[in-house]
Ligand binder design. Structure first.
Ligand SMILES: CC(C)(COP(=O)(O)OP(=O)(O)OC[C@H]1O[C@@H](n2cnc3c(N)ncnc32)[C@H](O)[C@@H]1OP(=O)(O)O)[C@@H](O)C(=O)NCCC(=O)NCCS
Length: 198
């Protein structure tokens, strides 16, 4: 679980007001909120998972039933992975999940013993909005919330080695490449961001 301030709530919302004809302001990290995924979100999630820009980099779940089978245990807290809906001004804009790396098991992170190491995975829902800075702000906002939890000493991401857009996004958030790793999802680049606490 993330800190209590995250679970089941939208963290923050900044009302946007603008004169007619002016461009909306660029959303800041603080405009994002994250709430726990619920069963009622699974149809939406299944639709997102079938979008080409997500399918290119995410494990396929060919049917709604397969999505339910995979994500319901996470929703019910029966998995080490905790799923969230990312919202921008209450609009669902993406999916993000977190996990304690040492707890995942299988062939995931066999060398990680430190339970302060948390991992994240994410995608934006709208393929038309990629490459505009939205993902950087979403990930930054989520990482800030994770690091607000004193148990979290390090956050990691593991983009596929060819996912240059994701790698660049994570660099902008402050993640630094550690090196290549082989995960059950294939060759990946391990990137970490360490908490700076005084
Ligand atoms: C990964 C993701 C969340 C990033 O969000 P985003 O809003 O697209 O990313 P941003 O616009 O904040 O940053 C992307 C950066 O990559 C750059 N970029 C885009 N395509 C690139 C490419 N082919 N090679 C190198 N850099 C690239 C952009 O120019 C931008 O960098 P810049 O600001 O220095 O110019 C989003 O693209 C996404 O959901 N992708 C599909 C699913 C996915 O890949 N999930 C991640 C799994 S690890």
């Amino acid at each position: 679980m993330l800190s209590g301030s995250v679970s089941g709530t939208t963290i923050t919302s900044r009302p946007w007001s603008r004169a007619p004809g002016t461009r909306p302001p660029t959303p800041e990290a603080s405009d994002f909120g994250f709430r726990r995924l619920v069963e009622g979100d699974l149809l939406l999630l299944a639709e997102w998972l079938h979008r080409p820009h997500v399918m290119a980099w995410w494990r396929p779940y060919p049917s709604l039933e397969a999505v339910r089978e995979h994500y319901l245990p996470r929703i019910r807290g029966e998995s080490v992975v905790t799923p969230y809906l990312a919202q921008l001004q209450d609009e669902p804009v993406g999916y993000i999940q977190s996990y304690v790396a040492a707890d995942v098991g299988g062939d995931w992170w066999p060398d990680v013993r430190d339970r302060g190491v948390w991992g994240i995975d994410q995608f934006l829902a709208d393929g038309q909005r990629l490459g505009q800075g939205l993902g950087t702000r979403m990930v930054r906002a989520f990482v800030e919330l994770l690091l607000a939890d004193s148990r979290v000493t390090q956050v990691q991401v593991d983009p596929a080695v060819h996912n240059l857009r994701a790698i660049r996004c994570y660099e902008k958030v402050g993640f630094r490449a550690v090196g290549p790793v082989t995960t059950p999802d294939g060759p990946s680049l391990l990137m970490v961001l360490r908490a700076r606490r005084t």
